[in-house]
Write a protein that binds this ligand. Structure first.
Ligand SMILES: [Zn+2]
Length: 200
């Protein structure tokens, strides 16, 4: 996980996001069953420039596993508070809820957003200081806090020899196990969160 400073929204972002929020509410009125993810998939192309800027400000690296986008997958606009939960749908077009992530981390996180003592279990790389919650022994990550532990289990992945290994799925021997979360993450393809192509 890397510290992210996404800065202020790009020029015109608030106008675009407000229009999209209104469009989503209208779509929901027309079809009460339409999901945020389905709506997102239908409009994400209009956010390509904003996705490019987000990618640039995140150094084109996944905020969770630090993989460079060009090496692992299409970049995804990751919603820190997942739009797949109804209570967070209103944050779908909020700049401060966006992170850049690879498809693997996005798949692993999916729509989970647990709490620990009233605060998000998942570390926010734009707010929290990762070094206070993680340590490394060689290339094995270990937790320094309950939130660090939860983050490892939710999303924090490391990559070895071009294979993705979820730290939360590591056995004591260092071999990855195929946890229910990982299997589920592979089944669900992040509900079309990706930006639809690599930002140029
Ligand atoms: Zn990642």
């Amino acid at each position: 996980m890397i510290r992210v400073n996404r800065g202020q929204p790009p020029d015109g972002f608030n106008v675009r996001s407000t229009a999209l929020r209104r469009k989503f509410l209208a779509a929901r009125r027309h079809d009460p069953d339409i999901s945020a993810s389905k709506f997102w998939a239908s409009v994400r192309h209009s956010l390509r420039a904003d996705a490019n800027e987000l990618s640039r400000r995140c150094y084109h690296k996944c905020a969770y596993c630090e993989s460079h986008m060009r090496h692992v997958s299409y970049p995804h606009i990751e919603h820190y508070r997942p739009k797949g939960q109804r209570r967070f749908e209103r944050l779908m077009f909020v700049w401060d809820n966006w992170l850049l992530s690879c498809g693997v981390c996005n798949d692993e996180k999916w729509t989970e957003f647990p709490q620990i003592n009233g605060q998000p279990a998942l570390l926010d790389p734009a707010v929290d200081v990762p070094e206070q919650h993680f340590g490394f022994r060689r290339n094995i990550i270990f937790e320094l806090s309950d939130r660090g532990k939860a983050t490892i289990q939710l999303v924090c992945s490391i990559r070895r020899d071009d294979k993705t290994v979820s730290c939360g799925d590591m056995s004591e021997t260092g071999k990855p196990s195929d946890s229910p979360r990982t299997r589920r993450g592979r089944r669900h393809k992040a509900e079309n969160c990706h930006t639809g192509g690599e930002p140029s």
